[in-house]
Design a protein around this ligand. Structure first.
Ligand code: PLP
Length: 368
């Protein structure tokens, strides 16, 4: 007989909580798309998956169903492995296509190189071979600066290329650019990984289906981003070419990325990808970045220094102006040396946010 003293989820009043709100939900800034909260449709999906018991560690009905959702976007051979975060997705994905003697060619600006605390090297045992780029994008020619020395036991063997879409510098690879990289890498026996932390923003920019610049262009495996596009948390390693990736499920556990209550990660991806929420959110954040660029580009003393092809705007303006602005809105210096700042738009950035921020920039410039 059930223990009557245990309150079931169905009887629990969801509006009763001992937690208090500790922040002002009207405050938004431009520091990162990770500063945003959770899209209401995602939160609703998490609530939908709540209640009752489901098998843990990915054997649940939500994770099973998610495979169909990913296959609709990436083709019948795709297999998705939900993980906790983007660093974990990258480290798991890259390990699955490398060897202990392997190296990964990446742009010098790649997140795996500059923003993962050395996790690919330390946790994944992967040597990164990086190349400076003007715009965050690799090309076949740039890859060749590091892709050499096969058979030489003194050199870590270049076995994979990793590209980021959209890039850390707010730029977007075109379909043909991805295809050229894949052809070049494959001819040299290397596999291609895409860090798609902002892949939805790329689809919105290119206005093509996701598979056109991934599976169909030759990308072998993907870190599919959810957090920056409205999820509470969660990313997926998506194997697009199962002929080259080995042991993803073991590597995920070894890399501490196996969620026991995986249904709550998977249901978020279903809510994001089964309909058009992923694209709506990405189109919106891209549009807000474009609005910001338009609002600031004619301000005397403000220079937008990179093409705005997704949801980021990079600009140089007088340091004292940036520092005063930072007291009003959160954002980061991208390059302390040059004074370049990065402004990111999110799925929940409003037109008013952009217009008020642009007005604040004008006000601070006028104080000089
Ligand atoms: C290009 C890129 N890749 C991956 C990540 C994922 O990082 P995290 O481990 O913080 O989820 C980020 C987050 O900033 C990113 O910008």
């Amino acid at each position: 007989m059930a223990d009557a003293s245990v309150t079931s989820n169905d009887q629990h009043d969801p509006h009763t909580t001992d937690a208090a709100r500790h922040h002002d939900p009207a405050v938004r800034g431009f520091a990162s798309d990770n500063y945003a909260g959770v899209h209401p449709e995602i939160l609703a999906a998490v609530a939908l998956a709540n209640g009752g018991h489901q098998v843990a560690y990915g054997e649940d009905d939500y994770t099973g169903h998610l495979q169909d959702v990913f296959r609709r976007h990436f083709g019948p051979r795709a297999e998705a492995f939900p993980v906790f975060n983007g660093t974990g997705a990258n480290v798991v994905a890259l390990q699955s296509v490398s060897e202990r003697w392997g190296a990964v060619v990446a742009a010098e600006s790649a997140h795996i190189h500059v923003d993962e605390c050395g996790a690919p090297e330390k946790m994944g045992g992967l040597k990164l071979l990086t190349v400076p780029t003007p715009d965050g994008k690799l090309t076949p020619e740039l890859i060749d600066r590091q892709a050499w020395g096969w058979g030489d036991e003194h050199r870590a063997q270049p076995l994979a290329v990793s590209i980021t879409q959209t890039t850390e510098l707010g730029t977007c690879y075109g379909v043909e650019e991805v295809r050229a990289i894949c052809e070049h890498a494959h001819e040299r026996g290397m596999v291609v990984h895409m860090d798609g932390s902002r892949i939805a923003n790329a689809a919105a920019t290119l206005d093509v289906p996701l598979r056109e610049f991934t599976t169909d262009a030759g990308v072998d495996l993907l870190s599919f981003g959810g957090t920056k596009n409205g999820l509470l948390f969660g990313e997926c390693v998506v194997v697009l070419n199962p002929d080259v990736a080995r042991g993803v499920k073991y590597l995920r556990k070894m890399s501490m990325q196996l969620a026991s209550k995986m249904r709550f990660v998977s249901v978020q991806f279903e809510a994001l990808l089964a309909g058009d929420l992923w694209l709506r959110n990405a189109r919106h954040s891209n549009a807000m970045a474009e609005r910001l660029e338009t609002a600031v580009r004619d301000i005397d003393g403000v220079t937008v220094v990179r093409p705005v092809q997704a949801n980021a705007v990079f600009a140089i303006l007088p340091r004292d102006v940036s520092e005063r602005l930072q007291k009003r809105y959160r954002f980061y210096f991208w390059n302390e040396h040059t004074g370049e700042v990065r402004w990111m738009a999110s799925f929940d950035t409003t037109e008013d946010d952009i217009d008020s921020f642009a007005a604040a920039i004008l006000e601070e410039m006028a104080k000089r």
